[in-house]
Design a binder for this molecule. Structure first.
Ligand code: PGA
Length: 236
């Protein structure tokens, strides 16, 4: 099972180190089959890399530039993240797609860039509410995947199925529906891990621990260590 924590734009860099040291400590007693990853803001990564060194928690960024080094003010290159100690990166989170108008093409380029720096991309997919209402979630998520693969080609990749309407709303997706989307994604990309994300917490995670899913991407509930510890214990 994979438990991926997405801090989004929360906490301060000065809080990150102590938090992660505690996480590293606690996690040494968590179930052996559990894989942990923490996706944090760029400003926190340096402190987190130091705190998590030698631990079982992989470090990731929440975004990266589609460009390599060069004149791209404000952007962060994949190589910079790798050099800092990141091994993973989120790509195409719905908040990037909606707040920064990230297109499938740009997301595909980011995927390719992540891979070329040796980072494992976690591609986020999922439909808005209008699409879900007419039952189009499968086609929608597959089309997002296809569009990214068209640009990035084959290579290492993990997927997170995160229906937009379930993110941060307290309305999680029905586990059976998440399982159906996961199976469709796995048919397209055999061997890829597929996580579910969208209002997952310690109270509902157990419903998503099923053979069609490989874990969860957790936002809001990832900020409280007690919640993370409870979720980790369920993954035994
Ligand atoms: P949430 O966020 O758990 O707060 O719904 C999930 C995500 O956006 O990754």
């Amino acid at each position: 099972m994979i438990l991926a924590l997405n801090w989004k734009m929360q906490l301060l860099p000065s809080q990150a180190g102590p938090w992660a040291e505690r996480l590293a400590e606690l996690s040494s007693n968590w179930p052996a089959g559990l894989e942990l990853a923490l996706f944090a803001p760029f400003t926190h990564l340096s402190a987190l890399a130091a705190a998590l060194r030698g631990s079982r928690v992989a470090l990731g960024a929440q975004d990266l530039s589609a460009e390599q080094f060069g004149a791209h003010t404000g952007d962060v290159a994949a190589e910079m993240l790798a050099d800092l100690g990141c091994s993973q990166v989120l790509v195409g989170h719905s908040e990037r797609r909606s707040e920064h108008a990230e297109s499938d093409r740009l997301i595909g380029r980011k995927l390719a860039r992540a891979r070329s720096a040796g980072l494992l991309p976690l591609l986020c997919l999922g439909e808005p509410w209008e699409v879900r209402q007419r039952g189009g979630q499968l086609e929608y998520s597959l089309a997002q995947l296809e569009a990214a693969l068209e640009v990035a080609g084959e290579g290492p990749l993990r997927l997170a199925y995160e229906p937009v309407w379930a993110i941060g709303t307290g309305k999680s997706c029905h586990p059976e529906d998440a399982a159906q989307v996961s199976l469709a994604l796995k048919r397209r990309l055999p061997g890829a891990a597929v996580l579910y994300g969208g209002s997952v917490n310690a109270a509902n995670l157990a419903q998503f621990l099923r053979p069609e899913l490989d874990g969860a991407l957790v936002g809001g509930a990832s900020l409280k260590l007690e919640q993370v510890a409870e979720m980790a214990a369920l993954c035994g």
